[in-house]
Each structure stands twice: as structure tokens, then as C-alpha cells.
Design a protein around this ligand. Structure first.
Ligand SMILES: [Zn+2]
Length: 322
């Protein structure tokens, strides 16, 4: 059963917002487009394993995708977490094509395509670290002594997997996505006794969801940009043209003539995605969405469904969990 669906990573939403609002000839566009393509490939890789996971018995397996939990000083993010009465399994998904050589002597993953070699961080180290962090997190919630396992899943079926030195225990932890279910069944043969009751699994999955925290990267700073580099106004939800005109209480697209009363809501979300700000004032809203009237801005913000704090002049509206 899928408890937490896989959704588009926030960083992709941020880069999409940036590309929507940077002028067509802007010098940073190609770099941002390349980064977005990389994140998209990773996301597509993660999505492609969902098909294989759909063969697991619904009532026995509780699946949570993209969990980001607080650890002692940082956060840690797991691509997929599977809860079962007998064990908890972390999946670290890698969408890397070519030939992958796992080098456990130097803790690196080398990708070969033709003559070209490229190094990636060791996914075993990553997954092992996540396992330790999850163990600590579980202990703070009084879930102790649950067997924790991890698998490194290679999502592209054409990727060739090799190891510098054959090691049985590592070998068992790398799988192509098509054989995830087989490997999970093997784990069930090892971890035979149930340690978690259904009610505990449900309670744990609620706790995990509640503690999930999104990450907003400071995208503008990352690319040495300012909010003033971005075009302002409400964009068209159909053709993305900027800005729409406000006519008789509706937003009207000058390109495709789409009319919408709520088009401003996605542009309001752009503000939060781009600025990382936890809140927006009436003035900031007017400036980002090209709205001249304070009263109209007040009415639109009031209708946005965002919670607000402070009274009158210093009122700000709080960002929803994106
Ligand atoms: Zn349009």
C-alpha cells in the first residue's frame, strides 16, 4: 500500500519556476536547463521502480516515497522506504546509464561510457548512512530493534553492473529494478519473525509522514541571481505566457486567451519557490504579481487559503507546505 506518493521533487518545481520567469536570452538558462534535466532523469528513474513495487502484496507492505527526516544536526532523504512487520527496507535509487563499476576499496562508483569514465558518490556509503540515521530517528520514537535493510536499486534496465572485487554481501545489495520483489522475498526468508504489529506499522507510517520536511534550496543564490532578474506578473496556467492581464475580475492570457480567476495562485507559489521566504506581505505580493491596488491584493491573499499572522499593517501570509 502506498502511504506517501512520489511527487515531483521541490527542486524541480523551483528550477521550473526560475525558467518560467528568466528572460529567454538570459545567460544562466542553459546551466539551469541542464540541472533540471539531471533532476528529471533521477525522478524518472525513481518513478520507474514504482511499477515493480506494485507487485508487492498491498496489505503487507507500506510504502513511503521521498521521505526527508530530521537527524541530529541535518536532514536525511530516502528515495523509498518500505515498512513490513518483519523489517524496514530503504531503497536508494540510481538512474545512471552505461557500465557501473562499484569500487568498494576506494568507495566510489565509476560510470563508463565508451572511453569516458566518471565518478559518482558511493551509493553504499549513502545508504548505510541513511540506515544509521533512520535507526537513530526510530530510537527517538521508541521503535527499537527493528531489522533495517537497504538496497541500491539501479533503475535503468540497460545499465551493466560490475564490481572491482567480488563481495557477496555487497553483491546482494545491488539490484536492477525488475528483481526488487525477488530480493524482498529473499529478505523475508532471512527475517522470518514479525516484530511489528499492524497498528505499530500504521502508527510509524503516520509519524514518518508527520516528520517529513520539504527542502527549499536557495535557488536564486545558487545561480547568483536576484528576484529582480525574474519577470513579474501572473503566468498563464495553459501556455505559461507572462504576464496575464486582469480584466473584470479575471486573469486573461494575451497569448492563448485563457481566462482564470485563480491563475494568481500558482504565481504566488512561484514567489515562495524562488525566494525561500516562509511568508509574503501585501507589498511583496503586489510587487511580484504586478498588482497596483492594496485592497485587491488583500482580497486575493485572503481568498488564497494561506494562513496569516500579525494584524493590519504588518500582516504576512504563511507559505503552505509545498
Ligand atoms: Zn496562455
Amino acid at each position: 500500500m502506498i502511504i506517501k506518493e512520489r511527487t515531483k521533487p521541490t527542486v524541480m518545481l523551483q528550477l521550473e519556476a526560475l525558467l518560467r520567469r528568466l528572460p529567454a536570452q538570459h545567460r544562466k538558462r542553459s546551466q539551469i536547463e541542464a540541472d533540471l534535466a539531471r533532476y528529471t532523469a533521477g525522478y524518472n528513474g525513481e518513478k520507474s521502480i514504482d511499477y515493480h513495487l506494485s507487485f508487492l502484496p498491498e496489505k503487507e507492505f507500506f510504502i513511503l516515497h521521498d521521505l526527508r527526516l530530521p537527524s541530529a544536526s541535518h536532514f536525511f532523504q530516502m528515495d523509498t522506504l518500505i515498512l513490513h512487520a518483519n523489517f524496514i527496507l530503504i531503497l536508494e535509487v540510481k538512474n545512471i546509464s552505461g557500465t557501473l563499476v562499484f569500487d568498494q576499496n576506494f568507495h566510489q562508483l565509476i560510470r563508463r561510457i565508451g572511453e569516458k569514465e566518471e565518478a559518482f558518490p558511493d551509493p553504499f556509503l549513502q545508504a548505510a548512512r541513511h540506515k544509521k540515521q533512520l535507526q537513530q530517528w526510530l530510537a527517538t520514537k521508541y521503535f527499537n530493534d527493528i531489522p533495517l535493510e537497504f538496497l541500491v536499486v539501479i533503475s535503468s534496465p540497460s545499465t551493466l553492473i560490475k564490481m572491482v572485487t567480488f563481495n557477496q554481501s555487497f553483491y546482494k545489495k545491488i539490484v536492477h529494478s525488475a528483481v526488487i520483489c525477488d530480493r524482498i522475498n529473499e529478505l523475508l526468508l532471512i527475517q522470518r519473525s514479525p516484530l511489528l504489529e499492524q497498528t505499530s506499522i500504521r502508527r510509524l507510517s503516520r509519524l514518518l509522514q508527520k516528520n517529513h520536511t520539504i527542502k527549499l534550496k536557495p535557488v536564486l543564490e545558487q545561480y547568483q541571481l536576484k528576484l529582480s532578474d525574474c519577470s513579474t506578473g501572473v503566468y498563464c496556467p495553459s501556455c505559461l505566457a507572462l504576464p496575464m492581464n486582469r480584466i473584470h475580475g479575471k486573469w486573461v492570457c494575451r497569448e492563448c486567451t485563457r481566462q482564470s480567476e485563480k491563475a494568481y495562485l500558482s504565481s504566488l507559489e512561484d514567489y515562495f519557490l524562488l525566494t525561500n521566504s516562509p511568508a509574503i506581505s501585501n507589498k511583496e505580493f503586489r510587487s511580484f504579481l504586478n498588482i497596483h491596488s492594496k485592497t485587491m491584493a488583500f482580497n486575493l491573499l485572503s481568498a488564497s487559503g494561506l494562513k496569516h499572522v500579525n494584524a493590519r499593517k504588518s500582516r504576512v501570509y504563511l507559505r503552505n507546505n509545498l
